[in-house]
Design a protein around this ligand. Structure first.
Ligand SMILES: Nc1ncnc2c1ncn2[C@@H]1O[C@H](COP(=O)(O)OP(=O)(O)OP(=O)(O)O)[C@@H](O)[C@H]1O
Ligand SMILES: [Zn+2]
Length: 886
């Protein structure tokens, strides 16, 4: 029984909570308000995404725009409260959604939260999957005639499943599969037995045991033969060894003999060589003695030449000393001369410097004279300009006096101009006043004249007396002429002032010129003063230069005298130097001769030493010759000993014997090899035969066990066959029982529900084909019925199935034993009368144990007969459904 549904963001619901109760619940509301969505939420709440069909996805169930959704459906079964919670996540942008979590709780405790497990648990709890749920519990909108329209095999499967007969078919299938599997194994075993048997027979046909015995005897014989031949081979080998060692000894002696002979040859050639060397040395000594004599004579002749009686060394030392003294003298006179030359050079340089200096001073004097003259010319020019300006100034002062100003009065010129201007302004004001006054009087006169012509006052109409009016005009005219005089006087004054201003302007211009002249005069005076200073400077420099020039000239004279003296002395020094050079050359000559004598002496001593060495060499070579002759004698002695030994060995016959032995050994070895090959071949054959025997016994073992297996599999096969047929039998039995019962129930309920009078009865045959019979006995297939009739039959069929279920469970009374019945718009095709019958049918179903019936409908009479009523509405603006209990 459904207890409670809580929904968040499913289809048109944002959040919804509804408590279901026992009895008949009707859910009503206008089209599109969210009634079906409520039932679908229950369905999806139970089975999750398995309830989606065709092109419906999870994203379609989740409310548009929502990112997550959930359903919690609580139901009761056999006293336990179960709660199925499904959670969904949705990405509105990508349109991807998924069922992220399914939790099943039992009495508030989490039983499992793993999707596959919750689904399996629901299946085993309800004993139906989503398919069976749709066929039995939940009549979806528009699926009212699903059951009767189904193919008979589908119907059969469905009803079998509901009544749990389907299980038997599963078991039968399992037993059948087992039987087929076992059969396959048994056939395999038989085939193996056949193969093993044929192989064993083949091996036995080759008599492997007899073969093995024969091969073993043969092998023993060959082994014996091998031993005896090996002995002969060993003897032959030692014979060969013996002869080879004798021959080796002989060869060794021959080699020794050869090497001694070679040694003796070597000794002899060395001997000859030594004799030759001695000869050469003797002739060298002779020529050396001749040379020594010559050298000694040369030395004594040099001594005579030098007049020296003593030692040669002392003679050399004396010559060296003489040369050194002479050289010192020469150097001294050279230095003196160099110093003197230096002095002359210095003096000439000084002389040159003085000449340069005189030239410079002369130039300086010349340039100063020139500059002085230039300056004088400039001064003269400036003085003449100055005179011009002064005369100009004088004439300008005259001009000013002519204009009536003195040069002293000029400083107040500005004040005077200002005064004149103010007076001019005030005069102008007076003139303007006089003008207005004249205008007024003129107007007055005109007015008076006008009145006079009219004769009376325009305001009061009084007669005018000509005399007063005349008087007035006359006095006004007098006034006018005096005004004209005043005006003429003012104009005269104004003219005077204009003249005066003109004069002042002229004076100003002239005085500006005078100022310019003064400025020029001042600047000329300044420049003349400066130039005079410069000219003085030039003159004083010229005086200085003249003084310096005199000094330099007297010093140059002095220097020229000094140089003449120095040159005289230089001549003298040159003569001394020539003399000393000659004397030094003589000393060097003598020294060289002395050196030559010394060299000759050293050379003759060295030659004496060479002679001694050569004599020593000759003595040692003679000794070596003696030694060599002794060695030659010894070697000859050893040669004769070896000849004696070699005479005792017959090499030729030894060689012949050795050859014979070697040929024999080769033959023996060939024979041994052959024997070994034969033995190896035999061993191989023995091995193969043993393997064959082994294989045979293995095959016999295998055969025994295969036989056992085949027997066992045969027994299992027969058992499975038996089991399979048993399941078929039981199912057929149960089904025929169900079909009978269902047929009876369908007819019973059909009679109860159907109120027209067209059909007599319904028939359900063992293949679950439904046939409807007319009153006249004509059979009709269900698909030929009208829409309404099909709806009625469907309800009848479902009702019958519920009945049968309730009987299977244990009869009526227990309200909670049967699942609820949920119908979406069942009355669509029904006429009024049949809606009434549906109401009765619902009562009937309640009677036999359907505890909860939930119907979506807007049929008035159904609403009236409801135990509980809900009304669903959808806010058209927010597209959100809500539910209210009535
Ligand atoms: N994923 C969704 N998100 C938002 N709204 C949805 C979604 N799917 C469907 N709807 C809306 O849910 C509304 C309710 O549909 P439902 O089928 O429940 O109506 P109903 O009350 O059964 O109407 P009828 O009487 O016509 O069968 C629809 O009008 C539709 O606009
Ligand atoms: Zn008047």
């Amino acid at each position: 029984m459904l207890k409670h549904l809580k929904v968040e963001n499913i289809r048109s619901y944002q959040d919804l909570e509804i408590h279901f109760k026992e009895g008949v619940t009707v859910i009503s509301g206008v089209n599109g308000s969210g009634k079906s969505s409520l039932l679908e939420a229950c369905f999806t709440g139970l089975f999750g995404s398995k309830t989606l069909q065709k092109d419906f996805t999870i994203a379609d169930i989740v409310r548009k725009g929502a990112t997550k959704a959930s359903t919690v459906l609580e139901f009761e079964q056999k006293g336990n409260i179960y709660s199925m919670e499904q959670f969904f996540r949705n990405d509105p942008e990508s349109g991807r959604a998924s069922n992220t979590r399914s939790v099943l709780k039992v009495n508030g405790q989490i039983f499992t939260d793993q999707a596959k497990r919750t689904y399996d648990s629901i299946l085993s709890l309800l004993r139906m999957d989503e398919e069976a749920f749709r066929n039995c519990v939940y009549i979806r909108q528009g699926e009212i005639d699903v059951l009767i329209n189904a193919k008979s095999t589908d119907r059969q499967k469905m009803i079998d499943d509901l009544l749990q007969i389907g299980k038997l078919e599963d078991y039968r299938e399992r037993a059948g599969n087992a039987r087929i599997g076992v059969g396959r194994h048994q056939r395999d075993a038989e085939r193996r037995i056949k193969e093993v048997k044929s192989e064993a027979v083949e091996i036995e046909g080759r008599d492997p045991v007899g073969n093995l015995n024969r091969l073993l005897t043969e092998a023993a014989q060959i082994k014996e033969k091998h031993v005896s031949v090996s002995e002969i081979r060993d003897k032959t080998r030692s014979g060969i060894e013996e002869r080879r060692s004798k021959l080796g000894e002989y060869e060794q002696l021959a080699i020794q003999k050869q090497s001694i002979g070679a040694q003796i040859l070597g000794f002899n050639s060395k001997n000859t060589e030594l004799f030759e060397i001695i000869k050469n040395s003797t002739s060298s000594i002779r020529s050396l003695l001749l040379h020594v004599n010559e050298l000694k004579q040369s030395v004594s002749s040099i001594k005579g030449q030098m007049g020296w009686n003593g030692d040669v060394e002392q003679m050399l030392a004396h010559a060296e000393e003489q040369e050194r003294g002479q050289r010192d003298k020469l150097n001294e006179s050279r230095q003196k001369k160099a110093l003197h030359e230096q002095n002359i050079e210095n003096a000439s340089r000084t002389l040159q410097q003085l000449s340069d200096q005189i030239k410079d001073i002369n130039q300086s004097i010349e340039s100063n004279v020139k500059k002085k003259d230039e300056t004088t010319i400039q001064i003269e020019k400036l003085e003449s300009s100055l005179k011009d300006r002064q005369t100009e100034k004088l004439s300008l002062a005259g001009e000013i006096e002519a204009l009536g100003f003195t040069a002293k009065k000029l400083s107040g010129l500005e004040d005077i101009a200002e005064l004149v201007q103010t007076q001019q302004k005030s005069l102008h004001g007076d003139k303007m006043k006089l003008f207005t006054r004249r205008e007024e009087i003129l107007k007055q006169i005109e007015k008076s004249k006008d009145l006079m012509s009219k004769g009376k006052c325009p305001t009061c109409g009084q007669e005018l007396h000509g005399s007063t009016m005349h008087e007035t005009i006359q006095s006004d005219e007098e006034h006018l002429s005096s005004l004209a005089k005043d005006l003429a006087a003012i104009s005269k004054k104004e003219e005077d002032f204009v003249l005066k201003m003109e004069q002042i302007k002229q004076v100003k211009a002239v005085s500006k010129k005078i100022e310019d002249c003064d400025n020029h005069i001042n600047s000329f005076n300044e420049r003349i003063y400066l130039l005079q200073k410069i000219r003085e400077d030039h003159v004083s420099r010229m005086e200085e230069d003249a003084k310096r020039l005199n000094e330099a000239i007297s010093r140059r004279q002095e220097m020229e005298d000094t140089i003449v003296q120095l040159k005289d002395k230089e001549q003298l020094l040159q003569e001394v130097l020539v003399f000393e050079t000659k004397k030094h050359a003589e000393a060097i000559e003598k020294l060289n001769i002395a050196k030559k004598a010394q060299q000759n002496l050293i050379e003759s001593e060295a030659k004496g030493k060479d002679i001694e060495n050569l004599e020593e060499r000759i003595r040692s070579d003679q000794e070596k010759i003696g030694l060599l002759q002794q060695q030659i004698k010894d070697s000859k002695q050893r040669l004769s000993e070896i000849d004696e030994k070699m005479g005792g060995i017959d090499a030729q016959s030894l060689q012949d014997n050795l050859q014979k032995y070697e040929i024999a050994l080769k033959n023996i070895e060939v024979e041994i090899k052959k024997l070994e090959e034969q033995r190896a071949e035999l061993m191989k054959q023995i091995g193969m035969t043993e393997k064959e025997i082994e294989r045979l016994s293995h095959l016999q073992n295998q055969l025994r066990s295969l036989q056992h297996r085949s027997d066992f599999l045969g027994a299992v096969y027969r058992d499975a066959e038996e089991l399979e047929s048993m399941y078929i039998r039981i199912r057929a039995e149960l089904r025929s029982r169900n079909v009978g019962a269902l047929d009876a129930l369908i007819n019973e309920i059909f009679a109860f529900m159907y109120s027209n009078n067209a059909y007599s009865h319904v028939q359900l045959d063992p293949e679950y084909n439904l046939t409807i019979y007319g009153k006249d006995g004509t059979p009709l297939e269900p698909k030929l019925l009208s829409g309404g009739e099909r709806a009625i039959f469907n309800l009848v069929l479902r009702c019958a199935i519920y009945r049968l279920l309730s009987m299977a469970i244990g009869g009526p009374a227990k309200g909670s034993s049967l699942p609820p019945l949920i119908m979406d718009e069942p009355t669509v095709f029904l006429d009024r009368g049949h809606v009434q019958q549906l109401i009765k049918l619902i009562d009937l179903m309640r009677d036999f144990g359907v505890g909860q019936i939930i119907i979506v409908s807007h049929d008035e009479s159904l609403i009236d007969s409801a135990d509980h009523l809900f009304y669903v509405e959808k806010d058209p603006i927010t597209n959100t459904s809500s539910i209210t209990a009535r």
